[in-house]
Design a protein around this ligand. Structure first.
Ligand code: ADP
Length: 193
């Protein structure tokens, strides 16, 4: 099993690159944002609670997303590997993920960290808001709140994984194909070891 965390601030291109990576490597995509939006679409209790938090640009509680990831891992025992997108977003989530993977005798192979300037992030997210239908994308103060949450709670996740030398920084500005090639080259280096 080879498991990847695609890491980066909101708007850094994790969703776009995830689609390319799962197709290229046959990985199971686990996006907590998608899982949460699915709960909202199905009007579950969890979804209703998460929606108001997401619309303020804040993080939903750790136990909620860890629970979703834990059941997704259990329902995909055949997976060749997982691509985590938008998760883990706090150190507590990282510790929980490491433990869940350890119980399955596997671990994170690499953390690919996309780097994009803040003004480019705001620009991309507001642009996406014109067509995505996402209520957290069409308001500049919510977009800035999400980036602030990233700096306050999520950027430390990279420090957590750099202790085990798992983090690779990849420039997230340029063409989609160029960034994809850079991500693949980092994965291939580790797969051939
Ligand atoms: P983006 O990274 O572009 O903001 P996501 O779809 O990954 O988009 O996340 C959208 C929102 O869902 C976040 O702003 C947050 O409220 C919630 N969310 C997603 N993943 C997590 C997580 N791992 N922990 C807490 N909240 C999360």
């Amino acid at each position: 099993m080879f498991n990847i965390i695609l890491f980066g601030p909101p708007g850094s291109g994790k969703g776009t690159q995830s689609e390319n990576l799962i197709a290229a490597y046959g990985l199971q995509h686990l996006s907590t944002g998608d899982l949460l939006r699915n709960e909202i679409a199905n009007q579950t209790v969890l979804g209703l609670e998460a929606k108001s938090i997401m619309d303020q640009g804040q993080l939903v509680p750790d136990q909620v997303v860890v629970g979703m990831i834990s059941s997704a891992l259990d329902t995909n025992p055949q997976a060749k590997g997982f691509l985590f997108d938008g998760f883990p977003r706090t150190v507590a989530q990282s510790e929980a993920l490491d433990e869940l993977l350890r119980l399955k005798d596997t671990e994170i192979g690499v953390v690919l960290a996309l780097e994009v300037s803040e003004e480019e992030l705001v620009h991309r997210l507001l642009n996406r808001g014109l067509t995505s239908g996402r209520s957290d994308d069409n308001n500049e103060s919510v977009v800035r709140a999400r980036i602030k949450e990233y700096h306050n709670k999520t950027s430390v996740v990279a420090e957590y994984y750099s202790r085990s030398n798992k983090v690779v920084k990849v420039k997230g500005e340029g063409t989609v194909d160029g960034i994809f090639a850079a991500l693949c080259s980092e994965i291939d280096k580790r797969l051939s070891k």
